[in-house]
Ligand binder design. Structure first.
Ligand SMILES: *Cc1c(COP(=O)(O)O)cnc(C)c1O
Length: 427
């Protein structure tokens, strides 16, 4: 176990976070403007401006401000379901009995909205090159389930997926793409911003994202009808009538004009935040270059937003590490380490790292859902699949990887100390 008493490194006086909000000043002006004019609801100038800024930045025609990225993903799934299968009866999900192909290495907010609409997530294996959905596995999934019409894809940690190959497959099978760019605002693939590849796209302003509103998100699309629907559904589906008139199911998902004030104030600092995060990534890369570890991969032809810096320990430099559903044990060996030891070491100096997002197919809630890799191995059909074996790329990255403190307010001196602490783990 990690021995904090023997730790020769001094603790930081104030905690270095994984990724925390960074305010600049204008946010307060816009909040105050909303307050002073009593525009404290889900209508107002801040919301209009956020929608304009988001659409411009991502190069989408339409943006709709919502209470969360998850709300946007939910309404995106609803739109995709109706587009693929038609309007359900009131009280029924649009995806009932339908399978949807989903990123496996992601936060569960990518996937849960499939279930909100009654669908069944089918998880698609991850590739080492981008830590995102593997195109060959997606093709295999269409072979196994040719009836599937919807794909949900996330860009993990701000690095775009292999979009040329993925889009070819999606077009070939006439499928609808719901893109989750919650972590990747400002990242681009061959010059195109993430959030422009899907029919229905999502960005998030959650507190730990690259810019924040404390909460909030935007739905993005080039489809005017879809944008209008989301606007209507997110405000309880009120019809144009003198009284509350309802023809469709509604939701209370609209962005607040106060939250929008924060987002509006943050948008001009997006590029600055990306530059800071990129510098952090490069300093880790340089500082850790003599260790048996690698940084999270950056594929050619893409420019990430560097939201989180991650490392992955080389296979032959891993000590034994055993994780249950809620606990972990590891051993100590000369010259070797593991993510749990490194996370303990980082924590011992008052900094915050985090394990890699545990793959969805290994989450107890989704343990019975199908999981497809490029050989077509499929847990729903085959017992040949062995959990945690090397052929499971997502679990391999989870076992050997971790997210490093990536806060843009971290100083060079603080980061240097974190790098030294990581080096000491391999002594
Ligand atoms: C943060 C996040 C979301 C959800 O966004 P919220 O605004 O917190 O609802 C969705 N998907 C991914 C991959 C995320 O990281």
């Amino acid at each position: 176990m990690f021995d904090t008493n023997k730790n020769k490194f001094e603790k930081f006086e104030s905690k270095v976070w994984l990724s925390s909000p960074t305010m600049h000043g204008p946010e307060l002006e816009y909040i105050k403007e909303a307050y002073d004019t009593n525009w404290m609801s889900t209508v107002g100038k801040n919301i209009n401006e956020v929608e304009k800024l988001a659409a411009e930045k991502v190069s989408c025609k339409y943006a709709v401000g919502l209470s969360a990225g998850t709300a946007s993903l939910h309404l995106s799934m609803r739109l995709a379901g109706i587009k693929a299968y038609g309007m359900p009866k009131v009280g029924h999900g649009t995806l009932e009995g339908k399978k949807v192909f989903c990123s496996d290495m992601t936060f569960d907010a990518t996937v849960n909205p499939v279930v909100y609409e009654g669908g069944e997530p089918v998880f698609i294996e991850t590739e080492y090159d981008s830590w995102n959905m593997d195109a060959q596995a997606l093709e295999k999934a269409f072979e196994i389930y040719p009836e599937v019409k919807i794909v949900v894809l996330a860009h993990l940690y701000g690095t775009p997926g292999n979009m040329d190959a993925i889009m070819d497959i999606i077009h070939k099978h006439n499928a609808i793409l719901v893109e989750d760019a919650a972590e990747s605002l400002g990242a681009s693939y061959k010059g195109a911003q993430t959030g422009t590849f899907g029919d229905f796209n999502t960005i998030s302003f959650n507190g730990n994202k690259i810019i924040t509103g404390s909460s909030g998100g935007c739905f993005l699309t080039n489809d005017l009808e879809a944008a209008d629907k989301v606007r209507k559904w997110s405000t309880q589906s009120r019809e144009n009538a003198p009284w509350y008139q309802h023809e469709e199911l509604g939701y209370n998902y609209r962005m607040s004009n106060v939250v929008a004030g924060v987002v509006r104030g943050q948008f001009p600092y997006l590029e600055e935040h990306i530059a800071q995060k990129k510098a952090i990534y490069n300093r880790y890369k340089e500082g850790l270059k003599d260790l048996p570890v690698k940084m999270n991969p950056i594929p050619e032809d893409c420019e990430p937003n560097y939201w989180l810096s991650c490392l992955i320990v080389d296979e032959d430099a891993m000590t034994k590490q055993v994780r249950s559903d809620s606990d972990v044990l590891y051993t100590k060996e000369h010259g070797k380490s593991c993510p749990s030891e490194i996370l303990d070491a980082i924590r011992s100096i008052n900094a915050e790292g985090r394990p890699i997002w545990k793959p969805m197919h290994m989450q107890p809630i989704y343990r019975l859902n199908p999981f497809v890799n490029k050989d077509g191995l499929n847990r729903a059909k085959s017992n040949a699949y062995i959990e945690g074996s090397v052929q499971d790329i997502g679990m391999d990255i989870f076992n050997r990887g971790l997210c490093l403190p990536s806060d843009n307010k971290m100083t060079v001196e603080q980061q240097d100390r974190i790098i030294e602490v990581i080096k000491a783990c391999f002594e």
